[in-house]
Design a protein around this ligand. Structure first.
Ligand code: ZN
Length: 535
């Protein structure tokens, strides 16, 4: 026995050391598996990368290693993009290797350079053209023969105005014609033939980030969401200041993810963002916005792009946040939102108020994205999009008569009869046809707007512009500073509260506050930092 003890000890020590080093090397991979019920992380190998990076076992080993270090447990392996079809042998071998390594594996199709060119957007096709329709059908039959799940990247639209399209359009407007066309060929050329080849196949329609233009190019979120098995959401906001890719505010990822989440319900699978025009801080913000908006999955587009330019630094930053993103996903999962109802009816025209919802979110107004205008809300924000609802005036009248504060854009207010436009409960937001100009409103100018709209929620909020506020569930609030400078802010509750800091991102972000009775004073929130408090 005595002699055995050192042996046991040595073995135990070796064993403990092996577990410790193994845990370090595999921690994100293990953590990702433990948390994939709350948030699954995915990446895409595009068709060219199947050829370039997944056609040798060494290339596949490298890809698997990168995925494991990034917490990626879901691999999308693409069969078609830009007129290029990946080889069956390479696709099947990569699929089987990833499956054997413990991944969930799916296919993907990017419908670019499919056939007859559109007269508009480069790489987009004319889908009135019969041979082009036949070709898209062949692509999906081919892919469905290998995969039980297929994502369609967000080029499944058309903006063609060729003679053939003009003739086919007849008396319809372009938006109506394209929505009807894309819905019909989705059924006839994708869903039906793919299911005939593989009865188990689930097909995901991924909606682009440009939601105010969907219907104009034939994305129809009502019928297509009903027809497809799953939906996905483009949350690639990138860097607002980037010369090539910029101009989209961070709140957009949150708005669209929530809006399509309401429309898709259980079908809504996740969000998708990329590294283009981003650096570490703006890249990680996309992940935070996607998860904060209750996405069940985030797809990092794409393996190849993440190996170059700012990709590696972005991924290194994201890896530090992944454990907290898992926590964030659990904290927001299925929690009802409180705040200011912000309905965008499907297929509504934005006129010159494009993406104004995102800008209003940047003003520190806790909006609740929705597809339907309801009157039983505590406060509402209505831009010109609301005109899509034939009952807009009646509904607005009901709200105003009930004392509900409504923030209407000047564009909508101009379309209202005086009885509504002059109502004391209607507050007019001066957009002047330039939604981005809202980012210039000062803290002082924002004060009366916030005061009026937050009063029925029993809340007061004061902060500079570009500081977002989210009210999640009954006892949780998130404040997010999108500025490049530190800020101060105050939150005032009608009731006394005992706030506790639940989560701060990035991991080295700071959010210092003091609290007394119902008032929370943030002395400092560092740049581009999200803080969640529970109370
Ligand atoms: Zn055409």
């Amino acid at each position: 026995m005595k002699r055995a003890i050192p042996v046991v000890c040595a073995a135990a020590i070796i064993c403990v050391l092996a577990i410790a080093s193994g845990a370090r090397a595999q921690s994100l991979w293990d953590l990702a598996h433990q948390n994939k019920d709350a948030l699954r992380i995915a990446t895409l190998f595009d068709a060219r990368d199947v050829q370039r990076r997944l056609s040798t076992d060494q290339g596949i080993d490298d890809a698997i290693d990168w995925c494991k270090k990034t917490g990626v447990t879901h691999a999308f392996i693409e069969s078609f993009r830009d007129g290029y079809t990946a080889e069956r042998k390479a696709l099947e071998h990569a699929r089987d290797r990833f499956r054997a390594a413990g991944f969930d594996v799916a296919g993907c199709v990017t419908p670019t350079k499919v056939g007859k060119d559109s007269t508009g957007w480069k790489s987009i096709a004319c889908y009135t053209d019969e041979p082009t329709q036949k070709h898209i059908q062949e692509i999906f039959e081919y892919t469905a023969s290998m995969f039980d799940e297929i994502m369609i990247d967000d080029f499944w639209f058309t903006d063609c105005q060729c003679d053939e399209c003009r003739k086919a359009r007849g008396g319809k407007g372009w938006a109506e014609f394209r929505c009807d066309l894309m819905t019909q060929i989705s059924r006839d050329r994708i869903l039906k033939p793919a299911r005939a080849v593989n009865p188990n196949v689930k097909i995901i329609i991924k909606y682009p980030q440009w939601y105010d233009q969907f219907h104009n190019r034939g994305y129809e979120v009502v019928r297509e969401t009903a027809d497809f098995d799953r939906t996905w959401v483009g949350t690639e906001t990138r860097d607002y200041a980037d010369k090539q890719w910029g101009g989209t505010v961070q709140y957009e990822a949150y708005y669209i993810m929530r809006w399509l989440g309401v429309i898709g319900g259980a079908k809504c699978g996740g969000g998708w963002f990329d590294p283009f025009g981003t650096h570490e801080a703006t890249y990680a913000e996309q992940a935070r916005q996607t998860v904060l908006a209750d996405a069940k999955e985030m797809l990092l587009f794409c393996y190849g792009a993440l190996q170059r330019d700012t990709g590696p630094a972005n991924v290194a930053k994201l890896r530090t946040e992944i454990p907290d993103l898992f926590r964030l996903a659990r904290l927001v999962r299925n929690q009802p939102l409180r705040g200011i109802a912000a309905p965008k009816p499907p297929n509504s025209d934005a006129a010159n108020e494009q993406y104004v919802y995102d800008l209003v979110g940047m003003l520190g107004l806790p909006i609740v994205p929705t597809n339907e205008m309801r009157t039983d809300v505590k406060a509402a924000f209505l831009p010109v999009h609301a005109l899509k609802d034939p009952q807009v005036q009646t509904k607005l009248g009901t709200m105003l008569d009930a004392g509900t504060p409504v923030l209407a854009t000047d564009g909508l207010a101009r379309k209202l009869p005086p009885a509504l436009a002059d109502n004391k409960n209607l507050l007019v937001l001066p957009v002047n046809g330039k939604p981005k100009g809202l980012l210039d409103l000062t803290r002082e100018q924002l004060k009366p707007i916030r005061e009026k709209l937050l009063a029925p929620l029993g809340l007061g909020f004061d902060a500079p512009n570009k500081v977002a506020l989210y009210l999640i569930g009954d006892r949780c609030v998130v404040v997010e500073n999108f500025n490049d400078e530190p800020i101060t802010a105050t939150l005032e509750f009608a009731q006394p509260v005992k706030p506790a800091k639940t989560l701060v991102l990035p991991v080295d972000g700071q959010a210092e506050f003091s609290s007394e009775a119902g008032k929370i004073d943030f002395q400092k929130i560092t740049p581009r930092t999200l803080v969640m408090l529970t109370y």
